[in-house]
Design a protein around this ligand. Structure first.
Ligand SMILES: *Cc1c(COP(=O)(O)O)cnc(C)c1O
Length: 377
């Protein structure tokens, strides 16, 4: 019994994976040596510069989370009380929550099967219905697959509405050779524990608009006016990333491309090992899409259902998850308008996020696929 337990070591969906070289600790130690423990400092500035360079954006502001970055992006785009914001329904609730923080009104929009992201046709219908009352459009690059930005941008341009990309899951993913998160007016990245790289928790807002990024830095440090005494003419937030945390991020950036490579390897392994099974499909990889393969997602449209796979894996101490439950199906968000058909619901019903931890070995992958294959026997 004891032996099987050791053999059945837990396999995670996606867990933190620090660099083999220990880069993160080097940056953190430097911060300790210089007593840059207090917020801000060279790691924050360095991390902002390095992320901006990597993705090809003019400016970046390091914040405490991706959620805080979405909040600040919406505010910087001018969203306020009573404004409408278009938001994909198939996403994590963190995309939609900041709309509510600002007392604005989310309108949820369906995905299409080609990208699993916001459906340009549904977006057109939403604009027909809400027109000038819309203050911003949120676009998500789900699981590191890019949305079809050309189509989305041309629609949003026609209506003159700013675009915010929630690229929390897509650091390292490109659309037609350009990094996701750099097409719209603002882009958001997350460094939460399960993301492709992590700072233990953190986010980044990027934009070519320097004035807006400076404003976000101001709001994020309690909106302190330039005065010797504490003076505030605007509502403030305590949203800035700390210099210690940013050190972890700088170390993690050095291994991002290695992590993307491994994620791709994992996805291709699953396709090879499971692709022949009845009813099995995988997330769509378009020819213009260079995903980061954050999570490998399988779809099941035959006899074997997602819950059976999830439970079979769970019995073997292996973590997997359903696809995000659409926002328009969530008790908290159900009262808001929803535009589209059944695509996001179908993806939710049929999708399984397979273990995508970059620390997995081939024998881990073999263990996982064996458990899954046994369901078809
Ligand atoms: C993780 C995630 C976020 C939130 O990022 P945090 O850093 O955890 O606040 C937002 N949107 C999506 C799609 C995410 O996956």
């Amino acid at each position: 019994m004891a032996e099987t337990k050791i053999k059945n070591e837990k396999i995670w969906l996606a867990s933190p994976h620090m660099s083999e070289e220990g880069y993160e600790l080097q940056f953190v130690n430097e911060a300790f040596d210089m007593n840059f423990i207090a917020p801000l400092g060279p790691n924050v500035t360095g991390f902002e510069k390095e992320v901006a360079e990597l993705v090809g954006s003019e400016n970046a502001a390091a914040l405490i989370s991706g959620t805080a970055a979405i909040h600040m992006a919406l505010k910087a785009a001018g969203v306020g009380e009573g404004d409408f914001v278009f938001c994909p329904t198939l996403t994590f609730s963190a995309t939609a929550n900041p709309i509510i923080y600002l007392n604005a009104i989310p309108i949820f929009i369906d995905s299409d099967m080609e990208t699993w992201n916001i459906d340009p046709k549904a977006l057109e219908i939403a604009f027909d219905r809400y027109g000038s009352k819309v203050k911003a459009v949120l676009v998500v690059h789900l699981y590191g697959l890019s949305a079809d930005m050309d189509k989305i941008l041309s629609i949003c341009k026609k209506y003159g509405v700013p675009v915010i990309e929630d690229a929390a899951e897509s650091l390292g993913a490109y659309y037609k050779g350009k990094h996701t998160g750099t097409f719209g007016d603002f882009g958001v990245f997350s460094f939460n524990g399960n993301k492709i790289i992590t700072t233990s928790g953190g986010g980044m807002l990027v934009s070519d608009n320097q004035e807006r990024i400076s404003k976000v830095r101001f709001w994020s440090t309690q909106s302190r006016d330039k005065a010797r005494h504490y003076q505030h003419s605007e509502l403030g937030y305590n949203y800035r990333m700390s210099n210690v945390v940013a050190g972890i991020g700088r170390g993690q950036l050095k291994v991002l491309s290695r992590r993307v490579e491994k994620k791709k390897y994992i996805f291709e392994y699953y396709k090879r090992a499971l692709g022949d099974l009845e009813g099995v499909g995988f997330m769509p990889i378009n020819e213009w899409n260079k995903p980061n393969y954050w999570l490998s997602v399988m779809t099941l449209t035959g006899k074997i259902r997602p819950l059976q796979v999830i439970e079979a894996l769970e019995n073997e101490n292996i973590e997997s998850r359903p696809v995000w439950k659409p926002m328009h199906m969530q008790p908290f968000f159900a009262k808001y308008d929803y535009i589209g058909g059944k695509t996001s619901e179908i993806l939710f019903e049929n999708g399984v996020c397979l273990p995508s931890d970059t620390k997995m070995t081939d024998s881990d992958l073999e263990r996982i696929t064996k458990v899954i294959r046994s369901l078809w026997k």
